[in-house]
Every structure is written in structure tokens, then in C-alpha cells.
Design a protein around this ligand. Structure first.
Ligand code: ADP
Ligand code: MG
Length: 703
């Protein structure tokens, strides 16, 4: 067998050894030569540029300074001892502070000698100092530069533990340099020549060398393009090949006809017209389920656009074809609500339906489970209790998953395994996913979009109030209540500071009670620290219109449907993210009345908070909001992709690198179509590297 140099264990690299190898493995997952080669710098410093001490302006940037050591002093006692080194250039003076390795550093530095330091300044008592900078005698610095011909030096992320083991950024760059010297002739090409030629890319080898030690800014740019290209390309190729596989080869249940249940429901039970968007989407789903391949469809639609109804219609098709259907929701409250609204929709139709959640009593469970196995229960609604192993089906034909981003990838995958042939899967998400993200993360899913709200809905009017205009606001609320409307008042709840958040909520509640005296007004309060049954009780009172105001934390965010509620007041709105604000706003505007969303903030707003508030006031369109959110926060934060580990890109940024994303997507589609098994000679290299680039997650099972 051919031995690959890049597979050598990292401990054998000169300068590493067992101890450092262990740290590299633990902290960065670097095990082999190759892993280090692919540990890319996050920034570069122009070695020819020096900052003067008098020019230091902020704490955020790394600086390179040339100067002289003026004095060296040990300060403090015991484990508080630190080494303070005076450092000056001809503009000003600063201090270099060392807490560790003091003795060694002290002995190696010479007062009066010229040095080059590199580090990040810290502001302390009105002046800047440098904790643990890299420091090198000027003569050695110049020598090194001439020897290495490196104009730009790379900066690598390192952890505290690594620094303690003398693996700072500089040490890493030295290791990479040693490594490159050794392996540079053994770095293989990862793309076929025809792709390199067509897209005018540099070679993989050149790209790797230049990403670590760029010989010019232009070469760095080319290196980045080349590496982003392959990163995005292999991701999309994976998706597209899977999609081809799924549509052409994998088996799915065939729902050949529409029958009695669907028709009865459609003709007798549905009291309104479907919107055109709903009709179109039902058709898309119907077409999927009619073919012999498994449906794997993402249904996007803004809050209130009527997704649940589409889910129900799809379930009826499953039942008409002799199958069972399941609907899975992320929370107890939401499952409960789906259950009662679907039951209500079905009226007296002869369809057995059940609810299974964590709160379901043992006795009821014992009744439900056998009925799922023998097929008596046709529709089961629940939380992730549904995916537990002891929940078995007679023949699950369709699984509708609501609010997809709250489920982990693995949980969803479990639903696939409930039958030998996986059920059709319809994922409904109320957080619209921007096209760019949908394309890259859910590349192998088919997408349907409900881009139209049911008729008669008035746009929610959103406005921004500062805290001190609260009294005008209370006046407005009273008028709304007089008209018979109900009001939500929501407080943020962010885990780490739960206690103070709860206090905010309680203080708020008290001041509301003062202005809305009991007797005249009825007020509900709901928060996460309450017992489930108390919560339920309060929610029900609000739903039934017994209480006028619901004061709560974000527990009401997901899916709660009270059409008569027309005012949503969000306290400390600056603390919420955009998609969360939009979700909250979606709780109103569900009835025929004009609805309002009021964002309360203090006067102190960060730049980003201002953009969020401004965006909310400007638009009701979930897609625009999602795009803005993506721009503000970056893709990792959206729709829980970070937690799910779906989008671990090293270099590429799906927003900024959209042109490359689109280019590579088209290329991948083309290859998946013309050579789906990668049989052709020129594509063998793709087959080989696809495995390597394969993401951690099994994309065939993301629904
Ligand atoms: P989503 O799940 O997309 O947030 P829902 O399915 O909960 O939306 O629908 C919101 C409300 O609109 C529900 O009360 C539902 O009965 C109603 N609805 C759904 N489709 C229509 C329609 N075509 N016309 C009128 N009302 C509708
Ligand atoms: Mg919903």
C-alpha cells in the first residue's frame, strides 16, 4: 500500500513531540500532518509595517511595534508576581506584561536592545499595555524576514491551554513552515483539470502554500477563491448526488389517489377557500407522494400563512391511501394546540386521532401505543415523545414536522426509521430560510413556499416606543381592551440571567396591575418557572378570552393561536434577535382586526439593535427579515444551524461568497445529472475527494 506522507502522526513533526501533539489533538483536533496543513490562519500581518506607540487607538487589533527595552521589573508577590517590561519607541512608551514563564523571559531580554513586538494592546488605567506579546530581537527579525521572504505572516487561533504549552500563533506558524517545507511536493490536486481550467483556478498545492504564507495579496486572494470553491463545490456535489439518488433510486410509499377523507374534509369541513399559495403547495406535495420515491420537502411560510392546514390535508391523503400519519411539534403547548385545532377541523369525521407528549399519563400511553401498532389510530400528534423507541407504527406513511429548526438532525432522522421504507417527510418552518442558506444547507431538500397570507388579514402595524412613553402606551392598551381585544406583554428571558429576567417580569407585572386594577381588568401571567398545569390554566384563560392581558416571557413564542389578541408589546426589545421578534409579532394579526406590535426599548441602543428595530418597523415580510438577520448575525446563528453542525464551512461565507456558491451549485447539478455515479475517468478524483469532504452529518437523513 502506498504510504501517504500527509497521514504521518503530528508528533513526528520536528518541534512537536508527544506532549504538544496531545495538546494539538485536544484543542484543535489535529492528529496528522494533513490536519495541520488544513488549519488555516484567520488573519495576516504585513511584516513591513510598524505602528508607533503614540498611534495606538483601540484594543481590538494586533499591532507590530519596533522599539527599545528601557527597564525590566518584577512586580507583586507569590502567584501574583508579574514581569513588567518598559518598552519605548521615539514616539512614546508602553509596558509589556508577562504573567507566565517569567524567569525565562526575564533572563532572555536585554535592556537597551532593539526588539520587535507583536500583540494586542489592553487598556489599563488610561494607558495601553501589552500582555504577553510575541517579542523578537530586531536583528533576528530582519534575518528571519530575509530568509523566509515572507512579507505577510499568518495569525492562527490558539487557546489558553495551547499558549500554556508554548503553542501560540507564532509557534503554530513555525510548525506549519517546517511542515510545508517537508510536504510541499506531496500536496495532491483535489479537482479535475477540466474544472480548474474552466473556472481559472490556481492549483490546490499553490493555494495551500499561499493561504499560510502568501507571497502577495493577489496570491492570497486567489488561494482563498480556490479553497472556497472546492469547499462549496464538494458540499453541493454531495447534496446533488443525494438528491439524484433519492429521486431516482430510493423507494417511497405510493399514495396513488385522493379519496373520501380528503374530499369530505375539503367539501364539508373547510369553511374558507385555500389561498392560491396553499393550493400550489398541496399540489406539489401530492405530486411528490404519488411517485415511488420518498418525499423530503421543506415547507416554508411566514407565521399565520396556513402551513398547519396544508399539513393536515397531506395527512388526509396518507389516510386515504391506507396509511397512518404523524405530526411532531417542538413543544408541549404547540402539540396540544395542533391536536385540538385538528380535532376541531375534523369535526365528526371517522378518523381516530391521539396526542402523545411527555405529559401523557402512563395509563393513556398504554392505550395509545397498541392502537398505533394495530393501526387504529390514524393521526398521532405529539412532541419528540413520538420518536422514542417504544412508539411503533402499523404503517407510518407521512410525518409532518412543525417548526423544524427546534429539532436536532438526529431526532429527525429517527423518524425515518419507523418503517422499513421511510415515511414521506414534510418539514414546516415558520422561520423563513433565506434562499442562499436553503440552497446550501438544505440542498437536497425540495422546497415549497407559501408566500401569501389568508385574505382579510391586515398588516400588523409595528412601532418603536422608548420606555418613558409607557403611559401613552397604557392608554392605548385600555382603548383596545375596551374594543374587546386582548394584549400580550412579553419580557425577554435569556438563560444565564434568568433571575434578573424573572425580576423584570415580576416588576413589570406589578406596575401593570397598578395601572390595570384587578376587578376592572383580568391579567394572566406565564413564565418558565411555573408548574406546567398552572401555565396551562393561565394560557387557557387567555385563549378563552377570560383575561385581557397576558404578561409572559417568551414561552408564548411558538405557535400559540389566539385570533382575538391584537396587541403585542415586547419589552426590552433590543435584547431579542430579529427572527425571535418576528416570531413574537406573528402571535397577533391572526384575526380580522387591525393588529399592533410595539417594541419598547431604552434610549441606549447598539448599532445592531437599531438595525433590528428599524427592520421590524419597516417590514412584515419574513423573508426580508431573515435576509437582514443573516446579514447581521452570519449564517451560523440562523435556524439553529450552528447547533446542528450543518454548516461548518472553513473559509467560505455563504453570504459574501454567493457568486461562488451559485457557480459551484450549477456545476454540481450538471455533474449529478451527467455522471451521477462519477464513473467517468475525469471524475474519479471527485469520487475520491467527496468522501474526504463529506460533512459530519448524514445529509440523506435531514428532513
Ligand atoms: P401557520 O402554521 O402557517 O402559522 P396556521 O396553519 O396556524 O398558520 O394558520 C393560521 C390561522 O389561519 C388558523 O387559524 C387557520 O385556521 C387560518 N387559515 C389557514 N388557511 C386559511 C385560509 N386559506 N383562509 C382563511 N384562514 C385560514
Ligand atoms: Mg404554525
Amino acid at each position: 500500500m502506498e504510504v501517504n506522507l500527509l497521514d504521518t502522526q503530528i508528533e513526528y513533526l520536528k518541534g512537536v513531540g508527544t506532549k504538544k501533539a496531545e495538546v494539538l489533538r485536544k484543542e484543535l483536533g489535529i492528529i496528522k500532518y494533513e490536519d495541520l496543513l488544513y488549519y488555516f490562519p484567520y488573519r495576516y500581518v504585513d511584516k513591513s509595517h510598524f505602528t508607533s506607540i503614540s498611534e495606538i487607538l483601540s484594543e481590538d487589533v494586533f499591532l507590530q511595534i519596533k522599539g527599545v527595552i528601557t527597564n525590566i521589573e518584577l512586580v507583586g508577590v507569590g502567584n501574583k508576581t508579574r514581569l513588567v517590561v518598559g518598552f519605548s519607541d521615539n514616539t512614546s512608551t508602553t509596558e509589556l506584561i508577562f504573567f507566565k514563564g517569567i524567569k525565562w523571559i526575564k533572563d532572555s531580554l536585554i535592556v537597551g536592545k532593539e526588539y520587535v513586538i507583536f500583540g494586542k494592546p489592553t487598556l489599563f488605567k488610561n494607558s495601553y499595555n501589552f500582555p504577553h506579546p510575541d517579542i523578537e530581537p530586531l536583528d533576528k527579525f530582519i534575518q528571519n524576514q530575509q530568509k523566509q521572504l515572507e512579507k505577510y505572516s499568518p495569525l492562527y487561533n490558539t487557546s489558553e491551554k495551547m499558549k500554556n504549552s508554548f503553542l501560540n500563533s507564532k509557534a503554530i506558524s513555525n510548525l506549519v513552515r517546517t511542515l510545508l517545507y517537508q510536504v510541499k511536493d506531496y500536496i495532491p490536486e483535489t479537482l479535475p483539470q477540466y474544472i480548474i481550467d474552466r473556472f481559472n483556478l490556481i492549483s490546490h498545492r499553490e493555494a495551500i502554500i499561499n493561504i499560510h504564507f502568501p507571497s502577495s495579496l493577489e496570491n492570497l486572494r486567489k488561494a482563498k477563491i480556490r479553497l472556497k470553491f472546492e469547499e462549496l463545490f464538494y458540499m453541493q456535489l454531495e447534496h446533488q448526488l443525494l438528491k439524484t439518488f433519492r429521486t431516482e433510486r430510493s423507494k417511497g410509499f405510493i399514495f396513488s389517489h385522493i379519496g373520501e377523507m380528503f374530499n369530505t374534509f375539503y367539501n364539508n369541513n373547510l369553511h374558507f377557500q385555500l389561498t392560491n399559495a396553499q393550493k400550489r403547495v398541496v399540489k406539489e406535495i401530492r405530486n411528490d407522494m404519488r411517485t415511488s420515491h420518498q418525499m423530503n420537502r421543506l415547507l416554508q411560510g411566514d407565521v399565520g400563512s396556513g402551513k398547519t392546514l396544508v399539513g393536515l390535508l397531506s395527512m388526509l391523503i396518507a389516510i386515504d391511501n391506507g396509511f397512518q400519519a404523524a405530526m411532531m411539534a417542538p413543544t408541549e403547548i404547540l402539540a396540544q394546540q395542533h391536536f385540538s385545532s385538528i380535532k376541531q377541523h375534523l369535526g365528526n369525521m371517522p378518523i381516530e386521532i391521539a396526542l402523545l407528549t411527555g405529559a401523557t399519563k402512563q395509563k393513556q400511553r398504554k392505550e395509545i401505543l397498541p392502537k398505533l401498532i394495530d393501526g387504529t389510530i390514524k393521526i398521532i400528534i405529539g412532541t419528540h415523545s413520538l420518536i422514542e423507541d417504544n412508539v411503533e407504527f402499523h404503517n407510518l406513511g407521512l410525518c409532518v414536522i412543525d417548526e423544524q429548526h427546534r429539532f436536532g438532525v438526529e431526532q429527525r432522522a429517527k423518524m425515518w426509521n419507523k418503517n422499513k421504507i421511510p415515511p414521506h417527510i414534510l418539514v414546516m418552518t415558520a422561520t423563513p430560510i433565506p434562499r442562499t442558506l436553503a440552497m446550501s444547507v438544505y440542498g437536497d431538500l425540495d422546497c415549497s413556499v407559501i408566500d401569501e397570507l389568508p385574505p382579510g388579514r391586515k398588516t400588523i402595524k409595528t412601532s418603536h416606543y422608548f420606555d418613558d412613553s409607557r403611559f401613552a402606551l397604557f392608554d392605548f392598551i385600555k382603548k383596545q381592551i375596551k374594543k374587546g381585544r386582548q394584549v400580550y406583554i412579553v419580557y425577554p428571558l435569556i438563560k444565564e440571567s434568568e433571575k434578573t429576567d424573572l425580576k423584570d417580569l415580576m416588576d413589570g407585572y406589578e406596575s401593570i396591575v397598578r395601572d390595570f386594577p384587578i376587578g376592572e381588568y383580568q391579567i394572566s401571567i406565564v413564565h418558565g418557572k411555573m408548574k406546567a398545569e398552572d401555565k396551562e390554566y393561565e394560557m387557557r384563560r387567555f385563549k378563552e378570552g377570560i383575561t385581557n392581558i397576558m404578561v409572559s416571557t417568551t414561552v408564548i413564542e411558538v405557535g400559540v393561536d389566539v385570533p382575538n389578541a391584537s396587541v403585542m408589546i415586547i419589552e426590552n426589545a433590543e435584547r431579542f434577535g430579529l427572527s425571535q421578534l418576528h416570531q413574537l409579532r406573528g402571535r397577533v394579526g391572526r384575526g380580522a382586526e387591525q393588529s399592533y406590535c410595539i417594541l419598547m426599548t431604552s434610549y441606549r441602543l447598539s448599532k445592531e439593535a437599531k438595525v433590528r428595530i428599524e427592520t421590524m418597523c419597516r417590514t412584515n415580510d419574513g423573508f426580508q427579515i431573515a435576509e437582514a438577520d443573516l446579514r447581521l448575525r452570519g449564517p451560523g446563528e440562523i435556524s439553529g444551524t450552528k447547533q446542528s453542525g450543518l454548516l461548518e464551512l472553513k473559509l467560505a461565507d455563504i453570504v459574501k461568497d454567493r457568486p461562488i456558491l451559485e457557480e459551484t451549485r450549477l456545476l454540481a447539478i450538471d455533474i449529478a445529472k451527467t455522471d451521477p455515479s462519477l464513473q467517468s475517468k475525469e471524475n474519479t478524483i471527485l469520487k475520491q475527494y467527496l468522501k474526504k469532504y463529506k460533512p459530519q452529518t448524514d445529509f440523506s437523513k435531514i428532513s
